[in-house]
Unconditional design. Structure first.
Length: 437
């Protein structure tokens, strides 16, 4: 990988793309440290230092923001509204025929869906920034902080509107920078910015584990976490690269005097077909009961039960529910993102077939059978990886932002692999040597 980067910097056009991407990353991290107007930055820092482990969806979003959410900066929302909008549009494509037709129109239809995603991102950014400002004003953002009610000293309508507009504009700026990286840089811009946000929390998370350790000044715990992290990276790379290749044969067709087809290819079905989406869905769903209790301030039996079982991430009920929801959403997302009947119809239309399987309905049933079998190990793997921060919370007394958590490792490894593949493919195009020299 290091050799690929060294060769890339020696190539002039690739060097420009890499430097442009690095420049956007620097601007992105700079904006993550500029506080929103109207926020008392000293009180925010006091509350961040006093805060206990962030849990649930707040901890997940704060991890995606690289700590910008907890410090209420102009990039506090980061790319979470865009991710949410993309997931919503992808789910609606299965339900709304108009979006499904746009998806089949190719590049023009995809451009229209991208435009809808931008509009929805701005709408979600307004809603999320309004909720964040309201939570900060009420003191619920840092409920255990001594100065939690003084984070926003001026609670006038003008200051509130300025804060909401600033964070919404920050989200739009991040979306624009991500698209610039996609067009003029290396890799997918949104994925690169997400990668940077998560990786930014690694040094502080590792150092916090070292400071909280008891053996050899914390260095033993530090080394243990590094070893476990490397082992997890190896496991994630192995599973993310694993796929079931279903062979497909295309029959020969004579058109005029020319023969077409007769080629062999395969359909790659990944073991983890759903990616990190089931983990995000499960975290969001489990955070809703705690959020309802937090804003209702109820002392009823159901509220007490939710506080006892769904607020602490290391509770057995929470862990079992989290694992089962991840498995469920893995099957759910695979079912809506991969349509075996559509794949079978396309193969039949172009004269393709799976050796030993009849074209049409038997092919669709075979694809469904194979997909269900490989989704089981993929969903169990996602559930076990996602529980790593909880295990670390109990054994190492780490916080919920454990640096080698399941979600962070999945995203970092996935984005890293795709970026390196793109760099290598562009290097092969530029350094290709043919038969004639």
């Amino acid at each position: 990988m290091l050799t690929a980067f060294a060769r890339a910097f020696k190539t002039p056009d690739l060097r420009k793309k890499l430097l442009f991407t690095l420049g956007i990353i620097v601007l992105f991290r700079l904006g993550a440290h500029i506080p929103v107007p109207g926020v008392d930055y000293k009180n925010v820092q006091t509350c961040v230092d006093e805060a206990e482990a962030n849990q649930g969806l707040f901890g997940l979003v704060n991890m995606f923001s690289g700590g910008a959410l907890s410090q209420i900066t102009i990039f506090a929302l980061t790319i979470m509204p865009y991710i949410t909008a993309s997931i919503i549009l992808q789910l609606l494509t299965v339900v709304i025929p108009r979006l499904e037709a746009l998806k089949k129109e190719g590049q023009a239809g995809q451009a229209k869906i991208t435009q809808y995603t931008r509009y929805l991102t701005i709408g979600l950014a307004v809603l999320q920034s309004t909720g964040l400002v309201a939570t900060a004003r009420s003191g619920s953002l840092f409920s255990n902080c001594s100065v939690g009610n003084d984070i926003v000293p001026d609670r006038s309508i003008f200051v509130t509107v300025v804060m909401v507009v600033t964070m919404t504009a920050g989200t739009a700026l991040i979306m624009w920078m991500g698209e610039l990286v996609t067009d003029r840089g290396i890799g997918n811009g949104m994925s690169i910015l997400m990668f940077v946000s998560i990786a930014a929390g690694f040094p502080s998370g590792l150092w916090a584990i070292k400071q909280s350790g008891d053996i050899m000044g914390g260095w033993l715990e530090f080394a243990l976490v590094i070893v476990c992290g490397l082992a997890m990276v190896g496991l994630v790379v192995f599973v993310e690269q694993a796929q079931r290749r279903i062979p497909v044969q295309y029959a020969k067709r004579m058109i005029g005097r020319r023969s077409y087809g007769g080629t062999s290819t395969y359909i790659p079905l990944k073991v983890n077909q759903a990616g990190v989406i089931p983990v995000i869905f499960a975290s969001s769903l489990l955070y809703i009961p705690a959020l309802i209790v937090q804003f209702s301030n109820s002392n009823a039996d159901w509220a007490v039960w939710v506080k006892d079982n769904f607020v602490q991430g290391d509770h057995p009920v929470y862990m079992v529910s989290y694992f089962l929801l991840i498995v469920f959403f893995a099957f759910f997302y695979v079912a809506i993102s991969f349509n075996p009947e559509e794949v079978a119809d396309n193969m039949k239309k172009y004269g393709g077939f799976i050796p030993g399987i009849r074209a049409g309905r038997p092919t669709a049933e075979y694809l469904s059978y194979v997909l269900n079998r490989i989704t089981w190990p993929g969903s169990l793997y996602l559930g076990l990886i996602a529980l790593v921060p909880t295990v670390a919370l109990v054994t190492l007394k780490a916080n919920q932002n454990f640096p080698f958590g399941g979600t962070s490792i999945l995203i970092i490894v996935g984005v890293g692999l795709e970026t390196v593949k793109q760099i290598e493919s562009q290097l092969q195009q530029r350094h290709y040597e043919g038969f004639l020299r």
